[in-house]
Design a protein around this ligand. Structure first.
Ligand SMILES: Nc1ncnc2c1ncn2[C@@H]1O[C@H](COP(=O)(O)OP(=O)(O)OP(=O)(O)O)[C@@H](O)[C@H]1O
Ligand SMILES: [Mg+2]
Length: 366
């Protein structure tokens, strides 16, 4: 897949901007706070429907504007694809695919595909399970719309069950409705867990190879699925197990006012030479691990769709030692890449197809 154009209007600090990236590496360079990351954020928004920095659409709209618009156009094996997102201060966002407004947000996924690596991603290794679930959720949603929809159904049911738990503490009789939500949680939860298990197995295999390359064979990396409920089987068996566990936890859940089992409590372990990177990894190891996760995701997407997604690297180069930087640059061949940096020297060795200077939200090709 090759992005042909990126258009921004009223997005973050941009009044209006249009970018035609190179097929290879496009570098966005400039001082701090000029608008480099904002461009990657806009592209990522068209890939996933989400910003990597905020969950509030309003923050994405330029201060003195009421609307923001982002349009990304890409050339894929089967023709041109475009996604447009319209954000508004007063109404809900609107998404267009190929010029037509979509009714379900999931319909925008899979047209523009991308992997973003930014300094925030270190949290995926260092922080709690929620960050790692978020990574898996975002990547799997892009790969499989079925995952996205299962997750939507699951989260809705989880919220309803939570509301009911609060009612049941006063009126314990009404547990029929709880049966209904447990059935829905088991049904969509089973689908989520099966897809997570399969994806993480692939991720672990790929991350092992990628990491060996990026870290120059220094250590062995593995990724392990740690589900909240045992998940060896799938389909009906897993659904039944999950439903049973939900029933079993019911009294505790009413008392504690939370749903204590299910994929919303899953974790993913990242291991370096068999040790948990979260507690044992050095700063540099954590960074390389996160990068390996992202590059592995890119490889998986490439294998599954036959096309490489766009790779976005935000402020990554300056953080890597020269050896790792060289290896990363070698991996970029054949992948359309958008890179940001404050110092162009950090990219020494990369064959930049286009260099764009960013200064107070104005872009100038160098
Ligand atoms: N909603 C908004 N309206 C107007 N300006 C905004 C909005 N949101 C962010 N900005 C501005 O965008 C700029 C930050 O942009 P961005 O994060 O892209 O910077 P950057 O070039 O990546 O900088 P760094 O090198 O520090 O990472 C800041 O000046 C900020 O004030
Ligand atoms: Mg930035």
């Amino acid at each position: 897949m090759l992005i042909r154009s990126i258009r921004l209007a009223g997005f973050r600090n941009y009044t209006e901007a249009e970018i035609h990236p190179s097929d290879g590496v496009t570098v966005f360079t400039g001082n701090n706070a000029q608008g480099k990351t904002n461009i990657l954020e806009a592209v990522y928004l068209c890939c996933t429907g989400r910003s990597h920095r905020t969950t509030h659409d309003k923050e994405l709209i330029k201060n003195d504007h009421d609307f923001a618009r982002v349009t990304v156009e890409a050339d894929r094996a089967d023709g041109m694809h475009d996604v447009e997102i319209l954000l508004s201060r007063i109404s809900r966002r609107r998404i267009k695919v190929a010029g037509n407004t979509v009714s379900k947000s999931g319909e925008m996924l899979g047209h523009i595909t991308g992997v973003l690596f930014s300094p925030e991603d270190l949290r995926m290794v260092k922080d709690g399970p929620a960050e790692r679930r978020r990574f898996v959720d975002m990547e799997l949603s892009q790969l499989r719309p079925a995952y996205y929809y299962a997750l939507q159904r699951y989260n809705r049911a989880l919220k309803q069950r939570g509301a009911l738990l609060r009612e049941l503490i006063n009126a314990p009789a009404a547990s029929d409705t709880l049966d209904m939500w447990d059935a829905e949680l088991a049904q969509s939860g089973q689908a989520i867990m099966t897809m997570r298990r399969d994806f993480i197995a692939k991720l672990s295999e790929q991350a092992g190879k990628t990491h060996e390359f990026v870290a120059n064979g220094a250590e062995k990396m593995e990724v392990e699925y740690v589900p909240s409920v045992r998940a060896e089987e799938s389909g009906e068996e897993l659904r039944t197990r999950l439903e049973k566990e939900l029933h079993r936890a019911r009294q505790t859940d009413i008392r504690r006012q939370i749903t204590s089992v299910g994929p919303h409590r899953d974790d993913v372990k990242i291991l370096l030479n068999g040790l948990d990177a979260r507690s044992f990894g050095s700063q540099g190891q954590v960074r390389t691990c996160a990068l390996s996760m992202k590059l592995s995701e890119l490889e998986i997407m490439k294998k599954e769709s036959g096309e490489a997604p766009v790779l976005m690297l935000d402020d990554v180069m300056s953080e890597l030692d020269p050896g790792r930087r060289r290896l990363l640059i070698r991996m970029l061949s054949g992948v359309q890449t958008l890179v940001t940096c404050t110092d162009i020297e950090d990219l020494a060795g990369a064959d930049a197809g286009k260099i764009i200077r960013v200064h107070q939200a104005t872009l100038q090709e160098a």
